[in-house]
Design a protein around this ligand. Structure first.
Ligand code: NAD
Length: 484
């Protein structure tokens, strides 16, 4: 049985409190996770603080860039280990994890290494009252110790998306992976040691949120800034912890994203795009679409075509031929998603397809399997339309004109992403401007250029990361004013 230990100052640290890590495909126990208490979190913070003044701080920028490239190559060298670990933790299909999670997880280190190598800072020459001149220039310094609190849906990818820019900027990090997916963050510790990242620069503490490693870490006064991806409600708790010491936060939170399909769209492309956005990763993508609005002339045809794609998804073991659909992350999460399936029925939904649990083969019956589900006919006030479900499901409603669909799409406390399908350039640009979201895709979904700003509006987040936008959070911008 694998043991997932904490990674503190480059060493593996066990504790006497362990919990089970289960495979959602069949509910088998994969390993035992060593939960960090206050003492381990404190030791990790001290290690990260000490590393701010060690060899890491003395590295030149080219040396740091080279090391980040070595981390990326180290992940790629152990691609199969990372892939196996991620699949065992999440149950996601092999094709998905091997094309997205692991390669993009590795690529994050190169992208942010390139960014930091090339980014300029500002400078302003100014006239002074005595007729002379002064020169102002910006210097970016690391913020210090960064806590990185992660979710379970894209474990390696979302963790490295924050660890890579944090390290590129010269900080040290303390990662708290989700209790559901401890494996790849732990493996990354091995890679850090293999490629020679100085001890204490990358640390991992395992455990849960409240009264566990998550809370101990975010409450710790030795942490200078907190970056978090997860539920909006958790973000509220972390923000309260961050208020002590007025520490900055960067939040990527929940969503209840709209997909908007105009009658003039490329019909087949829109069906494929919306099906991906609703069902990929078993609907466990923060950017996913749970509310679909389709213009009336193509509404019925669209619902039928989307249902056909949902029915074609094949649940099964991650590596089995033909598997295109994994389980949910856990039995607990399945209970939550199924409660919304019940709520939809209670609120009078027409269940177009799905709505329950599939009949799986022997050996898989204890997994967290669920059917991809499409509803129509729900009233706008239904909780199913208003709350984030984070499962493979969507409600499809018709609309007549642009103003109506903009009002419906924006009628939510969330504001993460939207996907709009139209062939009319004017419609596309007007929609992009009118929707209250951080990311608006036109005729696409989850197409990411890592140089662009990523983040949510309203209750979907605080701040933007990606490209040079990451510098705002991971560095202090100091102005130096020199009287000449
Ligand atoms: P979650 O909020 O339950 O947990 C996320 C992490 O926070 C876990 O590591 C957990 O242990 C920790 N945590 C929980 N309570 C804490 C506390 N009080 N103090 C400190 N840490 C605490 O989220 P999840 O269920 O793991 O992930 C799903 C959620 O993440 C969804 O809401 C989804 O929309 C969101 N998400 C958002 C983005 C984005 O980019 N906006 C990306 C992925 C997921």
């Amino acid at each position: 049985m694998t043991e997932f230990k904490n990674f503190i100052g480059g060493e593996w640290v066990g504790t006497d409190r362990t919990f089970e890590d289960r495979n959602p495909v069949d509910n088998s126990v994969i390993g035992l996770v060593h939960e960090a208490g206050r003492a381990e979190v404190d030791a990790a913070v001290q290690a990260a603080r000490a590393a701010l003044h060690g060899p890491w701080a003395r590295m030149t920028l080219p040396q740091r860039v080279e090391l980040l490239y070595a981390v990326a190559d180290g992940i790629t060298r152990r691609f199969d280990d990372f892939l196996a670990a991620e699949i065992a933790d999440t149950g996601k299909p092999h094709a998905l994890a091997s094309h997205i999670d692991i390669p993009r997880g590795a690529a994050n280190f190169k992208v942010f290494a390139d960014m930091i190598r090339n980014v300029p800072t500002e400078s302003f020459a100014m006239a002074t009252p005595d007729g002379g001149e002064a020169l102002n220039y910006g210097v970016r310094t690391p913020r210090g110790v960064i806590a990185v609190v992660c979710p379970w849906n894209l474990p390696l990818l979302l963790m490295t998306w924050k660890v890579a820019p944090a390290l590129a900027c010269g900080n040290t990090v303390l990662v708290k992976p989700s209790e559901e997916t401890p494996a790849t963050a732990t493996l990354l510790g091995e890679v850090m040691n293999e490629v020679g990242v100085p001890k204490g620069v990358y640390n991992v503490v395992h455990g849960f949120g409240p009264d566990s490693a998550g809370a101990f870490l975010t409450e710790h006064p030795g942490v200078n800034a907190i970056t978090f991806t997860g539920e909006t409600r958790t973000g509220e708790a972390i923000m309260k912890a961050a208020a002590n010491g007025v520490r900055p936060v960067s939040f990527e939170l929940g969503g209840k994203n709209a997909g908007i399909v105009f009658a003039d769209c490329d019909f087949d492309a829109a069906v494929v795009g919306i099906a991906r956005s609703a069902f990929e990763n078993t609907g466990q993508v923060c950017l996913g679409t749970e509310r679909v609005y389709v213009q009336r002339p193509i509404y019925e045809r669209f619902v039928d075509a989307l249902a056909a794609r949902a029915k074609a998804l094949r649940p099964g073991r991650p590596g089995a031929e033909g598997t295109t659909f994994g389980p949910l992350i856990s039995q607990t999460h399945r209970s939550k998603v199924l409660s919304y399936y019940e709520q939809a029925r209670a609120d009078g939904a027409v269940v177009v397809t799905g709505g329950g649990v599939p009949d799986m083969a022997a050996g898989l019956k204890d997994g967290a399997w669920i059917e991809p589900t499409i509803w129509t006919g729900l009233p706008d006030g239904s909780r199913v339309i208003r709350e984030e479900i984070f499962g493979p499901c969507c409600h499809v409603a018709p609309f007549d004109d642009e103003a109506e669909v903009i009002a419906k799409a924006n009628d939510t406390p969330y504001g993460l992403a939207a996907t709009v399908w139209t062939r009319d350039a004017g419609t596309a640009h007007r929609m992009a401007r009118a929707l209250d979201v951080g990311i608006c895709w036109i005729n696409s979904w989850f197409l990411r250029d890592l140089r662009t700003a990523f983040g949510g509006a309203k209750q979907s987040g605080i701040g933007r990361e990606g490209g040079i936008h990451s510098l705002e959070f991971y560095t202090e911008l100091r102005n130096v004013c020199v009287k000449l």
